[in-house]
Design a protein around this ligand. Structure first.
Ligand SMILES: Cc1ncc(COP(=O)(O)O)c(C=O)c1O
Length: 416
């Protein structure tokens, strides 16, 4: 049964709808089961909030309308793996925050990362990547890309001479994180963009830890900005999502790969993510304030041997952080305690309010153990070589009252 697709009803449309509805009332219960309730929104006013377009496909009124929509002659959607209004609203919002012409949403951060990279490389190409990265990304570069004939050279991303000399004529991507997981190194984005572009490569930046509130890599020359939307963008630990932002052509190529491989975001998760995004600026400010205080507390604690936080003046990345993280140094920090893994276990197991959670960036303070979670697939000797030993605890500092967070760490550290 055909129902007009307009949101607002004209008198004629209302009459058609009335007729359809009367017609349907005389059908069998099975037919009514399938067709009833498919009404256009009976309203000339707009919903205040973008609705959830939980539909896999869109209906057409006549055959040639399919061509008209495909050819862009009339506005319309076809199939949600290709485009969906609620997902587009999210993409537009994140592109606006990142100051990029376009964005594509995915069903996870890893889908965003892997398909973005695959859209750019083919057999015989080369990638230069930071050696400190989210473990899943590192493993993708190290173990998965070689199967497709693509080699990666891992470098200390802050050793710009090493980065330069790792670049080859066939290097297609220079890849880093704005703030690295889990050591909180800050990348010199402007210089890295110069290096990438001078050899014809593109700079891809995972901006998950900073969020567009603290840093917008595109403004410093990055070609593609990647997010695990599972983290700060959503902020409430109830969505798994990814999103990439960049120039129109690059994004269009990635979108066509996403449409082909299919790891698209669900309309409901897009809606939740857009809702979370509305308070991103407020959350990032509070995350950063609390993390700064906790980093200072931990730094002065006798049982803590080192703290990684770019907001600390003693951090080797503090001057880069001052340049690139203008609105706060972020909510993530990591630290080590005396006693290595035993000490770390005592602290983690003694926390009362702060939960052990193998993710990050929710509103509550959580800890994670990179060696057992995000970097589990990276062999111990490899991770130890770049500073991710078994004594490292990563903290995602939440938006609670700061005193309650400090109190929990104080009592947990006393247990060592
Ligand atoms: C920096 C960073 N990038 C990407 C990812 C992968 O995102 P997802 O878990 O949404 O696939 C993570 C996951 O923890 C991450 O920390």
């Amino acid at each position: 049964m055909k129902i007009t697709g307009d949101l607002g009803r004209s008198r004629e449309q209302a009459q058609v709808q009335e007729k359809n509805s009367t017609w349907l009332r005389d059908r069998s219960v099975a037919t009514r089961c399938v067709h009833s309730g498919s009404l256009p929104l009976p309203s000339k006013t707009r919903p205040k909030v973008m609705p959830i377009f939980s539909t896999s496909v869109f209906s057409f009124d006549y055959l040639d309308q399919i061509d008209e929509v495909y050819e862009g002659k009339i506005p319309g959607y076809v199939y949600s793996r290709m485009r969906n209004p609620g997902i587009e609203a999210l993409e537009e919002a994140v592109a606006s925050l990142e100051n990029t012409p376009g964005a594509v949403a995915f069903s996870s951060g890893m889908a965003a990362i892997t398909l973005s990279v695959l859209s750019e490389v083919s057999k015989g190409d080369h990638v230069v990547a930071a050696k400190v990265l989210y473990g899943g990304t590192y493993t993708f570069f190290k173990d998965e890309l070689p199967k497709r004939g693509v080699e990666t050279t891992f470098v200390d991303i802050n050793d710009l001479d090493a980065v330069k000399s790792a670049m080859k004529p066939n290097t297609k991507i220079l890849y880093c994180e704005t703030i690295s997981n889990p050591l909180m190194e800050v990348s010199d984005l402007e210089r890295l963009a110069e290096i990438a572009h001078s050899t014809g490569a593109r700079l891809f930046v995972d901006n998950t830890f900073a969020s567009p509130i603290l840093c917008r890599p595109f403004e410093y020359g990055a070609d593609l900005v990647i997010h695990s939307g599972t983290k700060y963008l959503n902020g409430h630990s109830d969505v798994t999502a990814g999103i990439v932002c960049g120039g129109k052509d690059l994004v269009a190529g990635i979108r066509s790969l996403a449409t082909m491989y299919g790891p698209v975001l669900s309309p409901f998760d897009a809606w939740l993510l857009l809702r979370g995004l509305r308070t991103l600026h407020l959350r990032m400010q509070r995350h950063s304030e609390n993390a700064q205080k906790l980093a200072e507390f931990l730094k002065n604690h006798p049982k803590v041997t080192c703290v990684h936080y770019p907001g600390l003046e003693s951090s080797p990345y503090h001057s880069l952080a001052r340049k690139y993280l203008k609105k706060g140094y972020g909510g993530m920090l990591s630290f080590e305690v005396i006693g290595g893994i035993q000490g770390a276990r005592r602290v983690i197991d003694s926390l009362k309010m702060v939960e052990l959670v193998p993710s990050l960036a929710g509103i509550s303070t959580t800890v994670s153990h990179p060696g057992k979670t995000s970097h589990r697939a990276v062999p111990l000797n490899e991770r130890e070589a770049f500073g991710v030993g078994d004594g490292l605890i990563r903290v995602s500092v939440g938006v609670e009252e700061y005193g309650d967070i400090e109190e929990d760490f104080r009592q947990a550290l006393a247990a060592i």
